[in-house]
Design a protein around this ligand. Sequence first.
Ligand SMILES: Cc1ncc(COP(=O)(O)O)c(C=O)c1O
Length: 499
Amino acid sequence: MTKQHKTPIFDAVKKYFHEGTVPFVVPGHKKGNGLPEFKEYVGANVLGIDVTCFPDTDNICNPKGVIAEAENLAAEAYGADRAYFLVNGTTAGIQAMIMAVCKPEDKIILPRNAHKSAFGGLIMSGAKPVYIEPEMNREFGISMGVTPEKVEWAILQHPDAKAVFLVNPNYYGTASDLVKITEIAHARGIPIVVDEAHGAHLKFNAGLPISAMEAGADLAASSTHKLIGSLTQSSMLFLKEGLVNPKRVKAALNLTQTTSPSYLLLSSLDVARKQIAIQGKELIGRTVELAKWVRDELKSVPGIKVFGEDLVGQPGCAGFDPTKVTINVRDLGLSGYEMEKILRSQYRIQVELSDLYNTMFLITLGDTWESVTYLVNCVKEIAQERTYDNVIKICPPVPAIPPLSISPREAFYSPTRVLNLQEAAGEISAEAIMAYPPGIPLICPGEVITQEIIDYVNILKQEQADLQGTEDPNINHIKVVDLAATKELADEEIYTQSV
Ligand SMILES: Cc1ncc(COP(=O)(O)O)c(C=O)c1O
């Protein structure tokens, strides 16, 4: 038995439960006795180990016991110097990473297709974004990674940048050349911070894109819950010592994380780490095999194109994760959204995401030959029943990044007013609009709203895309910076200071 067979957190909560400890602590449900209907459905064990921090279970804010032990095992399994368990998702990790490397007004270089949690990190830290346009695949209308050349150019233009933020791989599975980009940034003493929400499995299969820690990145936040086995919301943050101060990372995490972590989440991280450390090669190998079979089957279906491996080597795609199976259904005369609806309503299949052209299926270690065969058969049946003479949807290129007028944080804290979106061209947005998933912003707080963006939102609405980000759930209205009120406030401040 190796160290990786241990599960210190899981063992501690099981011991607590099985010893019949009498709880006079939170949570108030006390082993589920206070919530019998729920206990009956989910089971006594689940509620019995739903505890939070006390001496036997350690303290997430400053771990010295079982959490510290479990985090050290995770660091070893992922080739990091330190690991931190996250119970508020990778979102909390991304916000903490940005806060750890940037203070207000510092610059951070990041791809425009970063997840919305990175934009939250900009607001929380006060950092100023220097965006890099990701490469686009026009056929699929999908964004890919960023090129080393663009990152180098951004660093040359902004040598004072405090970090380069990357996504590895992106939602659709494409990976930037992380090794080269890390070399470029490190040569100038700039740390690499990675959103690895879709990368918890990478290290365990040589055919997958390289993981952030293996590529030499300084920080990476990884959604253990997305692509391997832990419970939803549980993630990990990894650190390589050198350019980033671990104390800053811990301090930032203590701002973004709860003080009452769920031990269901923490112990699921513990067990998922053990599983992937010990059986990762075999499990991820099998997952890749299943995914490749699905890809090959779907490639042979008339009217369906499969996004993927053939892109490796093109700008912005140094590697590809085949477990993200994205199919383009345009030639079936369907939008991705319509494909999703058919699969959901007629076949009880829930897909990971869809957009104007595409639908994505996620294949993971939870899949079997049976589940993937069902998926392939259902997609084939839908394709066979289609006539191919339907109108093909038109998807104009994603609008250009609008000019940044003020920092995201300034916009977030400015006086605002609400406008009809159709009349908002030329105003500074105080909100983001995302097509979600995959969470690519069309506009971010602090940027000037353009007519092109309004037109694009109108097209997405016609397609019933899932648009989010504004207070108005229907995206008919948008909050913009109230420049007159901002000026009045500034005048008042000057007056107060001078009296
Ligand atoms: C690229 C990317 N980054 C970050 C996140 C946030 O991760 P989490 O849901 O674990 O908070 C997501 C979630 O979908 C994502 O797709």
